[in-house]
Design a protein around this ligand. Structure first.
Ligand SMILES: Nc1ncnc2c1ncn2[C@@H]1O[C@H](COP(=O)(O)OP(=O)(O)O)[C@@H](O)[C@H]1O
Ligand SMILES: [Mg+2]
Length: 232
């Protein structure tokens, strides 16, 4: 196993042209270990989503290296990057990105279908993961019939169904009420985090700071060192 789950070095990303040109990430470096839950906090527009996108193979940086699970991600050909994301990274988007016309079970099965597992086997596996997140009884319903907290758990089930080592959450509790937000993070901490897994969460929700192993602060495209609990 490589030393770090995530090892990003001097990552820089610019957006736009001319006067609209903005630097979203300025030589950002961050490391995260297996078995660790790392939080990144910071104001809106500080570059958090951009950083997660670069780390998870969604957005190519202008410079810098991103080594995830021992793989130098942006040095790989595009199809290998897509394959790597599918197999090794579970990404939970802020607004879940569930498909309204699929059932809850089908939504969870998507990564397995993409990996060319037979449909029935993929659905069976999805049901196992729905049970883990406590939503077995919702398997045949469309996501709109579920509460926000339940939809978030479906998104988590989909992110872990292919057993990735690395889980990345973009503001997972932003649209949830306090108790639901806390119960989601407690669930992630106790059921999803294990020795082999690394969880990176971006948030500005102070209610979940207590669950983190480490908190870093993002400001204006830069990560401000290790925050010694000062964010709490
Ligand atoms: N696709 C894009 N095109 C142009 N500018 C962008 C794009 N995505 C992000 N930005 C800019 O980059 C900066 C960082 O954005 P973002 O990473 O979304 O911040 P955060 O997630 O912390 O709110 C902001 O100034 C934002 O306007
Ligand atoms: Mg964002």
């Amino acid at each position: 196993m490589p030393k770090f789950a995530i090892d990003a070095r001097a990552v820089t990303k610019w957006f736009g042209e001319g006067e609209a040109r903005t630097c979203a990430l300025r030589e950002v470096s961050v490391q995260a270990r297996f078995g660790e839950m790392l939080l990144i906090v910071g104001p809106s527009g500080s570059g958090k989503t951009t950083l997660l996108s670069v780390i998870s193979g969604i957005l190519r940086p202008d410079s810098g290296d991103v080594v995830v699970d021992g793989v130098d991600l942006w040095k790989q050909p595009n199809d290998a990057i897509a394959e790597f994301r599918l197999n090794r990274i579970g990404f939970v988007f802020q607004d879940y990105h569930l498909f309204a016309r699929l059932t809850t079970a089908e939504n969870v099965a998507i990564p397995l279908i993409l990996k060319r597992q037979p449909w029935n086997a993929a659905i069976d596996e999805a049901l196992k993961y729905l049970k883990i997140v406590g939503l077995e009884s919702r398997a045949q319903l469309p996501p709109v019939k579920l509460s926000g907290g339940e939809q978030q758990r479906v998104a988590i089930a989909r992110a872990i169904v292919s057993q990735p080592d690395i889980l990345i959450f973009d503001e997972p509790t932003a649209s949830l009420d306090g108790d639901t937000g806390r119960s989601i993070i407690e669930f992630v901490k106790h059921q999803v985090l294990n020795d082999n897994r690394c969880i990176l969460i971006v948030t500005h929700d102070s209610r979940i700071f207590d669950y983190a192993d480490r908190i870093l602060r993002m400001e204006d495209g830069q990560l401000k060192g290790i925050d010694p609990g000062g964010a709490k």
